[in-house]
Design a protein around this ligand. Structure first.
Ligand code: F0G
Length: 347
């Protein structure tokens, strides 16, 4: 059962909204086995969003946005993307039989994300420039032509994405003390904060978490307080210099007593490897940014040891193997029998 069916009463859907469902959501909140212990944190969890149908959290918002676009009679869906939004939109468009057009910055997105959009049958346009200019172009086009804009400036995306906050509360019995997540275009931090507040108002949670956002050093407009014209980072998902939901992010940060801080690419990649090799959770580089930030906050004594902390792993590591492979030892190539193999492996 997908998020619309599970959280219907909290979503802007009615009897005339078409049924759209790919079994998105219901992702596990995995307790840390090794990292928490190493950090001295008793209650560390990972919200493993890579297990959504297209491999990222984007499916939660996309299912609602697509249902609402179909309800309004849209025939063509369009988005700009660093890869995951386009993969998700293309999948739901394929399922519902509507046209999908995705615009991505050329040479800037992970190959597997591009292959998803192409396989789901979207028309893919690669535009010279970065994500921010692609989004500007798509917004401009959507103002003049009959296409439904599916970026997170579409409020139905935020509505669907807030269901992840509901699931965290449903799993823990209340809101955690800290919710850590990567911040790119800033829709997700906006959505989580909305979800936590709504669940509290509905009496399902007694408190609110501090929202901790992580940006990459070379793409940290919110941290630096100004737009970044040429953002750079290995975490291509969050290579964004002028987030559309900037205000939503700063509101979540300030109203929750949280923070948004930047981590380096080196910290991101080492957190990614540590997560995979010590927890068995392979997440893409952007998803490792909040874990890198957690390491720093614990080191600086900014997180109490008995606090409950949830790190959102926004996308699967399988999305971007190139980024991950740069950082691990290559496989051993060998021509030999069991004895030579055993010798090389020091068995
Ligand atoms: N993590 C992943 C894996 C993402 O793909 C994104 C955003 C984010 C984090 C940041 O979320 O934008 O809501 O702050 N990806 C968008 C895309 C921009 O086009 O797929 P955000």
């Amino acid at each position: 059962m997908g998020v619309i069916a599970r959280y219907r009463e909290h979503l802007p859907v009615g009897p005339s909204t078409p049924e759209v469902d790919l079994n998105e959501g219901s992702t596990p909140l995995v307790p840390s086995r090794n990292i928490g212990r190493a950090l001295g944190l008793k209650h560390l969890y990972f919200k493993y969003e890579g297990l959504n149908p297209t491999g990222s959290f984007k499916d939660r918002g996309m299912v609602v946005a697509v249902a609402k676009a179909l309800e309004a009679g849209s025939k063509v869906l369009m988005c700009a993307s660093t890869g995951n939004t386009s993969a998700s939109m293309a999948a739901y468009a394929a399922r519902m039989g509507v046209r999908a057009i995705v615009v991505v910055p050329s040479g800037e997105i992970a190959l597997n994300k591009l292959s998803q959009a192409l396989m789901y049958g979207a028309k893919v346009v690669t535009l010279r420039g970065n994500f921010d200019s692609a989004l500007e172009t798509v917004r401009d086009l959507a103002n003049r032509y009959p296409v439904a804009l599916m970026n997170s400036i579409n409020p139905n995306r935020i509505e669907g994405q807030k269901t992840a906050a509901f699931e965290v509360v449903d799993a823990l019995g209340d809101a955690p003390d800290y919710l850590l997540l990567p911040v790119g275009n800033a829709g997700n931090i906006t959505a989580y904060w909305k979800g936590f507040r709504e669940y509290q108002s509905a009496g399902k949670a007694t408190r609110l978490p501090r929202m901790i956002g992580a940006q990459a050093e070379g793409a940290a407009p919110i941290v630096s307080g100004h737009a970044i014209p040429n953002p750079t980072t290995v975490a291509s998902a969050i290579r964004i210099g002028n987030p559309a939901s900037w205000e939503g992010a700063t509101t979540a940060r300030d109203d929750s007593g949280g923070m948004i801080a930047a981590v380096s690419d080196t910290e991101i990649l080492s957190a990614q490897i540590r997560l995979a090799s010590s927890e068995g959770l392979f997440a893409e580089p952007a998803s490792a940014a909040p874990l890198a930030l957690l390491f720093r906050l614990v080191r600086d004594g900014k997180i109490e040891k008995d606090a409950t902390a949830v790190v959102v792993l926004t996308g699967s590591g399988l999305k971007d193997p190139d980024a991950a492979l740069k950082n691990v030892e290559p496989p051993i190539e060998l021509d030999g029998d069991a004895r030579t193999l055993a010798k090389v492996l020091k068995l």
